[in-house]
Design a protein around this ligand. Structure first.
Ligand code: FAD
Length: 429
């Protein structure tokens, strides 16, 4: 691409380079498609890097059966090769439930995603902000993005909207799902880095001691969330703390900016509490804020199928399942310090149908990641990064197949898609 180029074509344009979008781009390119990956920041990863979430949760059921692999596994292997991931482990959550995770370095994840995109032959378009989208009837015809070189027009056969907020489909005029009465968007969180921590002392705290400290911090107004939840940095004695809480609609520009400011204030108060009150943290300092507040939930597109919590809990054996998951329903309320948590049974896994990726309004588009067609309750389970990566891999594979048929995503042979995913190590049940 030259700076003078004003229009680019590709089989697949992925809008948004979070973990879902990056996996979609890599999967599509490995299927032989030409792929442009549009990202507003100068690096990939979204919540996983810019939001410094720093742990991939729920690779397996509580009984230990693996439900996510494929490209997500490759991400972890590459992180480990850089020294940027801790071993897989199970741990006890503040709710008293068991969970598994892999903690990683958000900085080194940027390198891993760069490598995967480069090796797959994806054309990354960083520092590119979506401006608007042209739809011609039920077809996405073009996206315009604002770059350092001016406005570029991108013409895809297939659009994969991986922007988290599903900005591209929103601008194209897609339909979106509403919250039900009594529901609210999950809050955003400003994750912050704090250290050094004496982990020998911190990890020696019992669950009851941690809960009592968290409650005290919350009652004193120092912790917005009654938890001391952190991801340990793999190569230092620092931790990334996920304990602020910002009840906003992150698609509202004024609210988003205000949340960044309030998030930093909450992080500062929480860091002060850690230093003053939490064993193992007295030498620690606030070292860094995440690049931006992490956003759990905004828009959910209306798709050919709306995935529900009941379907996850049964679980529904979808014949068009393209990914699986075992993360429980985990709702952070917009206000208050608690958590609404619905654990799953011991060996319980659920499936995600291809139809939940297909927006009802368009023929050549897919949605991935935290904006797919699911109820608020179902999204509270399937939003995590392991599942987002698995869904991303599926969407990219499907997009490459659809690109051979003028982008018609409903013409994809679902059995062939499932076979292609299985042959590349993805788990579908
Ligand atoms: C505080 C917090 C804690 C969490 N904890 C965990 C956890 O412990 N474990 C876990 O597995 N998951 C966790 N999650 C969930 C998980 O991080 C997200 O659901 C997941 O990362 C979503 O990935 P995504 O790719 O769909 O979206 P995002 O990560 O939001 O990525 C969207 C990408 O699109 C880009 N973009 C957005 N709009 C535009 C635009 N207009 N133009 C160009 N680019 C654009 C963004 O910069 C970003 O790179 C947490 C989330 C949050 C916020």
């Amino acid at each position: 691409m030259t700076a003078a180029a004003k229009a680019l074509t590709a089989d697949v344009v992925v809008c948004g380079g979070g973990v879902a979008g990056t996996m979609a781009a890599v999967a599509a390119a490995r299927q032989g498609a030409s792929v442009l990956l549009v990202e507003r920041y100068g690096f990939l990863g979204g919540n996983a890097t810019a939001g410094a979430v720093a742990q991939f949760n729920s690779w397996q059921t509580t009984a230990g059966r693996r439900v996510v692999a494929g490209l997500a596994d490759e991400v972890v292997e590459r992180l480990q090769a850089y020294g940027g991931a801790r071993p897989h482990e199970t741990f006890m959550m503040s709710t008293g439930h068991q969970m598994d995770r892999i903690e990683y370095s958000p900085e080194l994840l940027k390198l891993v995603l760069d490598d995967m995109v480069a090796e797959a032959g994806v054309q990354p378009l960083l520092h590119a902000n979506l401006l608007d989208v042209d739809a011609e009837g039920r077809r996405i015809a073009a996206l315009r993005v604002l770059t350092k070189g001016g406005v570029l027009t991108l013409r895809p056969q297939v659009l994969v909207d991986a922007s988290g907020d599903i900005d591209a489909l929103h601008r194209a005029g897609a339909r979106f799902l509403e919250l039900d009465d009594g529901e609210a968007l999950q809050p955003a969180t400003m994750v912050f880095r704090f250290g050094p921590i004496d982990f020998a002392r911190f990890d020696a705290l019992s669950a009851d001691e941690l809960a009592a400290l968290s409650r005290r911090g919350h009652e004193q107004g120092e912790l917005a969330r009654a938890a001391l939840h952190l991801s340990r940095d793999p190569y230092s004695n620092d931790g990334w703390f996920n304990i602020s809480r910002l009840g906003i609609d992150a698609t509202d520009p004024l609210a988003l900016g205000a949340a960044e400011i309030e998030g930093r204030r909450q992080a500062w108060r929480a860091a002060r509490f850690l230093q003053q009150a939490v064993p193992g943290c007295s030498d620690g300092r606030l070292r860094a804020f995440a690049t931006q507040v992490g956003v759990r939930e905004t828009r959910r597109v209306e798709g050919d199928h709306v995935l529900t919590a009941e379907e996850l809990l049964r679980p529904e054996p979808f014949t068009d399942a393209i990914a699986a998951g075992a993360y429980p329903i985990d709702i952070h309320p917009a206000a208050g310090g608690g958590l609404h948590y619905v654990p799953l049974g011991d060996d319980h896994a659920y499936r995600i149908p291809y139809r939940s990726l297909i927006p009802t309004a368009f023929d050549n588009a897919l949605a991935v990641g935290r904006g797919i067609s699911a109820t608020h309750q179902a999204l509270a389970a399937i939003r995590v990064m392991t599942i987002s990566m698995a869904v991303g891999q599926a969407a990219g594979t499907a997009a490459a197949m659809a690109a051979k048929h003028e982008g018609a995503v409903r013409s994809v042979d679902v059995n062939a898609l499932r076979d292609a995913l299985s042959s590349r190590g993805a788990l579908l049940a």
